[in-house]
Design a protein around this ligand. Sequence first.
Ligand code: PLP
Length: 492
Amino acid sequence: MIPSSTLNPGAASPLYLQLQRTLRSLIQASEWKAGMRLPAVPELAQRFKVHRLTVLKALAGLKRTGWVQTVAGRGSFVADHLPEAPALLDPDTFPFQGSSLRVREDELGPWLGETLELAQNRLLVSFSAGFPPSDLLPGEALRRLYAKTMRELDASAWVYAAPSGHASYLEAVAAWLGAEGEPVPPGWGVRAIPGAQAGLAVVLETLTVPGDRVLVESPCYMGALALIRTLGREAVPVPVDRNGLNPDRLASILQKGDAKLLFTVPTFHNPTGMTLSRARRERILALTRQHGVTVVEDDTYGDLRFIGGRTPSFRSLPGAEHVIHLGSFSKSLAAGLRLGYLIAPDAVLSRISIVQEVHTVALPTLSQAVVGHYLESGGFRRHLTRLRKALRERRDAMLEAIQASFPREAEVTEPKGGMHLWVVLPEDVSSLDLHRDAISHGLGFAPGPLFFPDGRGTNCLRLNFSTHAPSVTREAIARLGGLIHARPAAQP
Ligand SMILES: Cc1ncc(COP(=O)(O)O)c(C=O)c1O
């Protein structure tokens, strides 16, 4: 049976993609069974009130993605072996997951290392990095502070700091958070960590065992996915939509009752750049509390806000005793410092401390004292003002270039802070193919499937807008847009 036309010519998504989705859902619902011959093109065109070329384009997409096969002279058939696909998600509600196609793990390779390497390859104009570019670092201020602090600390610069962190660093971090309107409450403590990634590792090791299920955003920061996998825990995806992690989806996944942790990047999310609203945070807090799930909030990008006010962090909302907060100076100051902080209720913090101590013993005394000085002197605040302004200019340059040169149907996020934006291209664009093409043209970005535990995101890409000056970004994004348009037309 063919349904009468369900297509909407006024929708943002082009007709051929709407038709492709409709036909695919007929196959997924087994209304069109494996091996069945598809109605002829003119019949489909008539039923769906579209041009024949639109039908041909939709069929070409289904063929290329393995749902349909054609036999010369006989027509198109539902494929005998259907690709593995998740239940269809409403693309209007969950656009950031990309199409329902998936790639196999072996198609991805050792991406984390490669992405870092590519990002540092000077021959490429790369948008794949996840750290601030050196031209936005306060290099001179740090150099002077190191010299001054070395003199001040004298011999004590070279001994172990206290395992929980150098006192001047911990005090300065607490004062900074207080001045930002998010003081560390009584009964909670702060601990120095060598970055948010190490913070997550130590939390996972303290609160979970191999085989445990850890809820993650879908898409999710790829370093967290790699860590969860490496430690033998299972990453369970929870879809993200325009407003961040979707609480309804979370509620239904929590019903199963076997998740231990929720890992989230609620502010200027990596990779989409979106920020979870306060209302959603409150609901997620209540849901996780009810199900005994610890929330690990990674606030690595929180200080890089360039539009609007701060959304309260999970830990500062009422009823947040099951929250662990990770902060980092990697994006707001310098990734090479390897410094961040972990905030948690005292009882949890003391459990985490035991595990961290056996890993790191202590963090560099000098670097902690330097950052402490920088925070206290107001240097960090002045640096953030400059950094935020530059990030905003760079984001605007990238958005303008995308709007001018990417396909009309592309969906793009407009982050109000952070460093990344997320692009969802038409379903038939493979970001892995595009990536290969881009590299050969001297361009780099992070392909979507890196950010999903289940190989999704085939038509998505993450672009870091912080890396290059606006003029470089404009030129390179225009070239990337040209490559997307120049892909060979799909053959029916
Ligand atoms: C969300 C998120 N968390 C943590 C990290 C790693 O940060 P750190 O250098 O503090 O370990 C990154 C780096 O890209 C990130 O994007």
